[in-house]
Design a binder for this molecule. Structure first.
Ligand SMILES: [Zn+2]
Length: 379
């Protein structure tokens, strides 16, 4: 059995241990130590990473009570190694994990919801509650949770005696085998948990509830605490300041400025559609009976289809419309179906064509010169 240093002291960054076993696994080695400060993945929290001697530890897992440190290099059995965990990353996890306890504890007390899922990864922290919560409830939870941070309350993790455990009311995310470890945040919450937490709530810094998503009668909440929240604020601040500079608005008015821009874009795109229809009508008016193939500027396939259809309705026969792109032409050809399929087969045999169609209309793109296209339609 490996002694779990992280259970007694979550602030150990470096430790010396003896290698008990080194097992070769798929492209990796599983190192067992007599003691470790590396937290193995569990309770929704990702594993610690770091180094053992000169070897990187890229994962830590607990399987049937044994803690395996996954490395790329073997380490001699019986040797002493210095273990160093990536402490900045771990501390971020401790901030988020302790923040999650506070949020879950308050949500449970105030609204009777239970935490039924927790995920703590490199960037994303989510809590799943078994009942829905509305924005006002979430705002209340968030505010009270931050108050608990400002009060800098002690966080105690301990293994209670059986007698103590019986007397204690605590939350538990799942059925626990073996000894129950309790994490108690003064005047806030008691929850069974195996992971490392901060000693005082002030170390969390800030608790911010972000996006929510309904799921299976409950709600998933994205949460960011401490440094995760700071990085999130930094990114969002940068985004908002760039958007507001671009739109010459105040930062707090950025949303309104974007809304106005969106309205302008919608109006402009409606105008463009109207103008394109007019251009199509003008092209139809200008076309003559023997203009089987015409070229227009700046039309997409949909607009070309409309134009070909109008020309076909006016003059009948084969009506082909082309619009030049970089390196190819978009096209739409409208004609009687049998006639069209025969023509299109010939067209495809002569040029590199992408596209097709039915019911009297084919469309797509073609790699050709305008001269060769004109020549093709002069039959
Ligand atoms: Zn915990």
């Amino acid at each position: 059995m490996t002694a779990k240093l992280y259970e007694k002291d979550a602030y150990i960054k470096e430790f010396t241990a003896t290698v008990i076993d080194c097992i070769s696994a798929d492209n990796a080695f599983k190192i067992i130590l007599d003691k470790t400060a590396f937290f193995p993945e569990g309770g929704g929290q990702a594993a610690d990473i770091g180094t053992l001697g000169n070897t990187n530890v890229f994962d830590v897992q607990i399987e049937n009570g044994a803690i395996y440190h996954y490395t790329n290099e073997p380490i001699e059995i019986g040797s002493e190694v210095i273990g160093k965990i990536n402490y900045d990353r771990r501390f971020n996890f401790m901030q988020n994990h302790t923040g999650e306890h506070i949020v879950s504890g308050i949500a449970h007390k105030l609204f009777g919801v239970n935490n039924v899922g927790f995920h703590l990864g490199e960037e994303l922290v989510t809590i799943d509650f078994d009942k829905e919560l509305i924005r006002e409830q979430l705002d209340k939870i968030e505010y009270l949770a931050n108050q608990k941070v400002w009060q800098n309350l002690p966080v105690k993790a301990y293994l209670p005696t059986e007698k103590e455990l019986k007397k204690t009311e605590y939350r538990s995310k799942k059925e626990i085998d073996g000894a129950v470890r309790l994490v108690e945040i003064k005047d806030t919450d008691i929850c069974a948990c195996c992971a490392p937490h901060v000693k005082n709530t002030g170390e969390i810094g800030i608790i911010k509830l972000l996006d929510t998503e309904k799921m299976r009668g409950g709600i998933r909440i994205v949460l960011k605490c401490g440094n995760f929240a700071l990085q999130d604020y930094k990114n969002k601040y940068q985004n908002v300041s760039q958007i507001s500079a671009l739109l010459s608005s105040k930062q707090e008015k950025a949303y309104e400025a974007v809304q106005k821009l969106d309205e302008k874009c919608t109006a402009a795109s409606q105008k463009i559609t109207e103008l394109k229809k007019k251009i199509a009508d003008m092209a139809v008016s200008a076309a003559a009976q023997n203009d089987t193939c015409i070229f227009v500027d700046g039309c997409d396939v949909k607009e070309l289809q409309l134009l070909a259809d109008k020309l076909h309705k006016k003059f009948g026969g084969i009506r082909a419309v082309f619009s030049e792109n970089t390196g190819n032409f978009s096209f739409a050809i409208c004609a009687g179906d049998d006639e069209l399929q025969e023509l299109f087969a010939k067209f495809k045999s002569q040029f590199t064509v992408r596209g097709g169609g039915r019911g009297g209309m084919v469309q797509g793109t073609v790699e050709a010169t305008s001269e060769s296209i004109n020549l093709f339609f002069e039959f």
